[in-house]
Design a protein around this ligand. Structure first.
Ligand code: EPZ
Length: 417
């Protein structure tokens, strides 16, 4: 089993060009099904979740070719509408394929996506919305059997939670629904805007992404498109967290500064110096942070839940106590036990975690249990005294392309063994 071995305590200096956003690439790869043409997606990171999406596209009959950061998908040959359990289990967000398969073929069969490390990951909002669009969905034997015998038809969809995945699934299905679908309380994440850009490049008429109301004029025949995926704001937040704790001066480039505002505001409050340009952010830190006001995760543009674990790791040595409230997922504090093995003082009560700074962290043998929790362990190990070995790095590879290489280039002592 491979692992990261990190000797902490070294300052980090340099610039990271942030790779394409995992949470943008995944729905856009699913969207290539809609056109039946040859779409070219640039800035595709080399992640296991991207490989899982490509495996699903190939299973469905598409031809996919990767050349470096460019993935080409020819979906003309799509001749299936089912995703087997093995492929569904690879990646929780495979449910995003439901909408486009339905829109393209009028039927779909997928297994119920398993829960994941963050707790149950229900898809009730996805299914209720697709039913509103005219899909008949039967749950049997752990599978979802979906069909739209009379085709999909536009509807007004009211999401009780601004769910990112449900918003994306509805946008994709609505492209195949006659009439104009309106999504109220839509998620506002930048990745939703990126999906809108790709769909409109394919000839769709989608408006409002980034706001809470999105309108999709469906039933327009779509063609393939060429698209460059936006940069990954959560990866950027992770590198900033590493610099804040380890100390040094690190620039992340490619992410619009506004998308990092909740994280850069936090590190400013923690005593770091932030220099911000339109697509570049530089964080300077002496590694000695101070407590910050309570951090409540929230849907975009609030503090991103995905940045909570790495940012928490950065605050484990801050002077004073900082309070986190995780409002999005019910089990997103699994990294705290591992951080405690390094000497961190974190008390968890339900959705609240109180991080009280300690004078130093020490290296330890650590096990990543999920993607962003694993990233938190890497951040902490970089700021710890001594050596840490982190196993379970397959979780980290789901969302970080070239993490050891990029950190070593910044001066970290990290090796993959
Ligand atoms: C997306 O997951 C991201 N994944 C997650 O990133 C991210 O944490 C999350 O959005 C929130 O920003 C991808 O984009 C591939 P949600 P998603 O639907 O769509 C509940 C990472 O680390 N809910 O916005 O699954 C749900 O349980 C990953 O990169 C329902 O109750 O998130 C959660 O509590 C982790 N019913 C809340 O809504 C539903 O039908 C937000 O979930 C759907 C969701």
């Amino acid at each position: 089993m491979s692992a990261y071995v990190i000797s902490g305590g070294r300052r980090l200096e340099g610039c990271v060009s942030v790779h394409g956003a995992k949470n943008s690439v995944l729905p856009i790869l699913a969207a290539t099904i809609l056109s039946g043409g040859v779409s070219v997606i640039h800035n595709c990171p080399n992640l296991s979740d991207v490989a899982a999406s490509i495996a699903i596209l190939e299973h469905l009959g598409c031809h996919v070719r990767r050349e470096g950061e460019t993935v080409t998908v020819d979906s003309a040959g799509l001749d299936r509408c089912d995703i087997p359990e093995k492929l569904m289990r690879e990646m929780r967000s495979s449910v995003i394929f439901l909408g486009p398969i339905l829109a393209r073929t009028g039927q779909a069969r997928v297994s119920m996506p398993g829960g994941c490390e963050l707790g149950p990951r229900p898809v009730d909002l996805h299914l209720a919305a697709l039913r509103r669009l005219g899909a008949e969905i039967r749950e049997a034997g752990g599978n979802l059997h979906c069909s739209a015998p009379r085709g999909l038809r536009a509807a007004e969809i009211n999401l009780s939670i601004p769910s990112v995945g449900a918003t994306e699934n509805v946008m994709l299905a609505a492209c195949g629904a006659r009439g104009t679908t309106v999504i109220n309380n839509a998620a506002r994440e930048p990745e939703i805007w990126d999906l809108q850009q790709f769909l409109n490049a394919c000839g769709a008429r989608v408006r409002g992404a980034g706001s809470s109301v999105i309108a999709v004029e469906g039933g327009i025949p779509l063609h393939a498109a060429e698209h460059r995926v936006i940069a990954d704001r959560i990866c950027a937040a992770t590198y900033l967290s590493a610099a804040a704790l380890a100390g040094g001066e690190v620039t992340v480039e490619g992410v619009p500064r506004a998308q990092l505002a909740p994280v850069t505001d936090l590190f400013t409050a923690a005593g770091c110096r932030l220099r911000e340009e339109p697509h570049r952010v530089t964080l300077t830190s002496d590694g000695r942070l101070r407590r910050v006001p309570p951090v409540r995760t929230a849907p975009y543009p609030g503090f991103p839940t995905d940045a909570q674990p790495p940012v928490m790791a950065a605050l484990t040595r801050a002077a004073g106590s900082s309070v986190f409230v995780e409002t999005i997922f019910e089990n997103r504090y699994r990294h705290t036990q591992e951080l405690a093995r390094m000497g961190a003082d974190i008390r968890v009560e339900g959705r609240v975690a109180v991080v009280t700074g300690v004078p130093a962290l020490h290296g330890a043998g650590l096990e990543a249990a999920d993607l962003r929790g694993g990233a938190a362990l890497v951040v902490a190990a970089l700021g710890a005294e001594g050596e840490s070995e982190i196993t379970g790095i397959h979780h980290i590879r789901r969302g970080y392309d070239g993490l050891p290489r990029n950190l070593a280039a910044l001066g970290a002592n990290i090796a993959e063994v």
